[in-house]
Write a protein that binds this ligand. Sequence first.
Ligand SMILES: NC(=O)c1ccc[n+]([C@@H]2O[C@H](COP(=O)([O-])OP(=O)(O)OC[C@H]3O[C@@H](n4cnc5c(N)ncnc54)[C@H](O)[C@@H]3O)[C@@H](O)[C@H]2O)c1
Length: 254
Amino acid sequence: MQVKGSKALITGGGSGLGEATARRFASAGAKVTILDLASSHGAEVAEQIGGHFVAGDVTVTVDVAAAVEAAAGAMGGIHLCLNAAGIAPAHRVVSRSGDLFPLDLYEKVLRVNLIGTFDVTRHVAKRMAENKPNDDGERGVIVNVASIAATEGQIGQAAYSASKGGVAAMTLPLARDLASYGIRVNTIAPGIMETPMIAGMTDEVRESLTQVHVFPKRLGRASEFAALVQHLFENTLINGETVRLDAAARMGPR
Ligand SMILES: NC(=O)c1ccc[n+]([C@@H]2O[C@H](COP(=O)([O-])OP(=O)(O)OC[C@H]3O[C@@H](n4cnc5c(N)ncnc54)[C@H](O)[C@@H]3O)[C@@H](O)[C@H]2O)c1
């Protein structure tokens, strides 16, 4: 599909990877709606790029339904959905002091990263199915965000890895389910990206994470992620795939 003239809904577009994609699509001629928490920078980013902002929480299904309707109404449809809203809290299963991984935290990570992604996907897919198909029969593209922690979760990442493993695992069945509507579904599994999500880490942790990247030996850039989203949107043959964006990284236990 072509970016110019397209309509994009980006969750988590108020920061990091979602923000970079919102900026890239807007500057390439797409209409963009950002769905992010009311407390996020989503409204600010949307204003800067001439887009729309819908405040909402991807774990609240009435928010998701309302946001998808508002986005489709404001833009006149949705061709791209990027599910970039996500959280990454870490906790050991049993900490050194004997505390158990809090079950409510485990559930929250799954609700945001996995169930939120699925809820947005199902509402968006219904709207995309109403689009007029292009010459290739395409009506829309959904890009979800996993992580290399889907396959190589580190110490403390049991919940995060489970959520991202779920996102990667559902990519093919989503693509199969939505194929008859001409909707493609792909997932990006980033390595360590320079975004506010990891900005709060100590220099020591950031340095050790950077070492995981083989070449180039630096953190990934949000602009590199946004470029891949655009490629997945434009390349009709890529479907049901999870693409690593990780400078050949393979994470160890810590
Ligand atoms: N930064 C990395 O190194 C990295 C690596 C692999 C995967 N990822 C994944 O990429 C995605 C984006 O990460 P990022 O680094 O840009 O993070 P970020 O913290 O910069 O941005 C995440 C955005 O999601 C929003 N968000 C969080 N919970 C939400 C909710 N319940 N409802 C709606 N919006 C919500 C936040 O407000 C924020 O704007 C996440 O899914 C993350 O797990 C990031």
